[in-house]
Design a protein around this ligand. Structure first.
Ligand code: 5AD
Ligand code: SF4
Length: 482
């Protein structure tokens, strides 16, 4: 890019494509504010963009392949004379470094996950002169000097400041807001790239989190989701004082106007009894936990370095149901981890059945370069077997989910209306004689509820009597009195 383009496009049209987890989605939302503050325009039509940004995910090969194919297309468009700046952000950048730009000529900017606050300047740099513009997080595998450690802390704070000053009008949908409370992961599950690309665990200051939640609530966001790679391992030290996750929850829950407080994703090992007790004690903490099991086989859990036995996982589910009787539990599973036998696979099915998960996210094992399992273990489960096991776990989970959802038929549930249902969005919503359309919303247990009501109820809390259910949704009728 050159100065000419800079003059022609003082305000750039920026297209952002985001892959991956909640963390990435939040990062992209923060980028929107940063870029708008520089008067750039965020657009949804990729073809009209001056700047294309990919906020990438490295968790599985499939997510990376998608980006490689986009970068191939961008190279062709550039070769055809289209003047665009292409920026790759996030986990793939940290995993691959400058190699990514060497292999894909379209790339102008490489920006690691902890450096995103620098992106507006990096776009200016890329606009002003040809050549690759990069900003990487320090590598985790090297020993860091005191200065580097301080820099890591400053970079994290820089994004925290953005979190605190962000404009909720841009960031949040309806009445929901997301707040990051910690970053990184120190668990090193053998299959997982996250500790390498997202760096060490760092918890934000409780005062900064409280201020941000308060700000969001004051601006009308009554449902707040706390996010972190292993959100419940949150721990902040200040001199002698330590704030644990349960204490943070107890600080936030009394905030006036905070109607629902949620958190994702939890690690089973850190799900201590004090957290369950705080969830029980505050009625506005949602009875919903996402605690990935990953496998129902003790042998595989060990090979995955998950840090818990099957018995300990079962005990957690039992304790959760005893402490919070209406708790809704969601899990993740990986099928086809190296060495997984049919017996191990059957054990995962059993775990889904006895834990009665509302939902499980099921993934085929994907060896990630640099991880322990990729280095030391043979990816010995053939792709067809992974596919079959994936389908079988999905089938079992579907049966369990159907039963789970059916138990709500006949009950009245509180629903936060999030907007038009998928059906209404696809077809032009046809309103009924009294102006009703098909709406959707969420319960405190994160069930999707479909019902007919006036669209003006979007963002409001209503009561819905559940009349029917399938494995994914509850269906019901709006109760007259709220
Ligand atoms: N292959 C397949 N699935 C993975 N996950 C993490 N790493 C891998 C991998 N290498 C899954 C885990 C995790 C979820 C976010 O992604 O189930 O909980
Ligand atoms: Fe990955 Fe394990 Fe950390 Fe989760 S806890 S991010 S699976 S290393």
């Amino acid at each position: 890019m050159n100065a000419y383009l800079f003059l022609r496009y003082p305000k750039m049209k920026v297209y952002i494509e985001t892959l991956g987890c909640q963390m990435n989605r939040l990062d992209s939302e923060l980028l929107v504010t940063l870029l708008q503050n520089r008067s750039h325009e965020i657009i949804t039509a990729r073809k009209s963009a001056d700047v294309i940004l990919y906020n990438t995910c490295s968790i599985r090969q499939h997510a990376e392949d998608k980006i490689y194919s986009r970068l191939g297309m961008d190279a062709k468009r550039k070769a055809d004379g289209k003047e665009i700046i292409v920026g790759v952000l996030g986990c793939m950048v940290q995993r691959e470094g400058v190699d990514l730009a060497r292999r894909y000529s379209a790339v102008d900017i490489l920006c690691s996950p902890g450096q995103l606050h620098k992106l507006p300047d990096m776009i200016d740099q890329a606009t002003a002169a040809d050549g690759l513009v990069t900003s990487f997080d320090p590598s985790r595998t090297q020993k860091h000097s005191h200065e580097t450690k301080e820099q890591i802390a400053r970079d994290a704070e820089a994004m925290d400041v953005v979190d605190a000053s962000r404009d909720p009008e841009v960031m949040c949908e309806t009445s929901q807001g997301f707040v990051r409370i910690m970053r990184g992961c120190d668990n090193f599950c053998t299959y997982c790239i996250v500790p390498f690309v997202r760096g060490p665990e760092r918890s934000r200051r409780p005062e900064a989190i409280t201020a941000e939640v308060r700000k969001l609530v004051d601006s009308g966001r009554s449902e707040i989701t706390l996010i972190g790679q292993t959100v419940n391992s949150y721990k902040h030290k200040n001199g002698e004082a330590t704030t644990r996750f349960s204490e943070l929850l107890a600080m936030l829950a009394p905030i006036e106007g905070l109607r629902r407080l949620r958190f994702v994703t939890s690690h089973p090992v850190d799900f201590t009894a004090d957290i369950l007790q705080v969830m029980r004690d505050f009625s506005n903490i949602c009875p919903y936990i996402h605690v990935p099991a990953q496998s129902g086989s003790g042998k595989i859990l060990k090979a995955m370095n998950r840090g818990y036995t099957l018995q300990q996982y079962d005990d957690l589910i039992t304790a959760a149901r005893e402490t919070i009787p209406n708790v809704v539990i969601v899990s993740d599973f990986i099928v086809g981890f190296p060495g997984e036998t049919e017996q191990d696979h059957e054990a995962s099915k059993d775990l889904i059945r006895r834990s009665e998960f509302k939902n499980s996210f099921i993934f085929k094992y994907s060896p990630r370069p640099g991880t322990i399992s990729a280095k030391k273990l043979d990816d010995d489960v053939p792709e067809e077997v992974k596919k079959r096991r994936n389908n079988e776990l999905l089938t079992v989970q579907k049966e369990v989910a159907l039963k789970h959802h059916q138990q709500y038929v006949g009950q009245t549930v509180e629903v936060l209306v999030t907007g038009l249902s998928k059906r209404s969005r696809k077809q032009a919503p046809s309103s009924g004689p009294d102006g009703t359309v098909q709406l959707m919303g969420r319960t405190t247990g994160d069930h999707i509820v479909i019902f007919d009501a006036p669209a003006a109820l979007t963002g409001k809390y209503v009561n819905v009597e559940i009349t029917d259910a399938n494995d994914l949704n509850l269906f019901g009728e709006l109760c007259k009195t709220r």
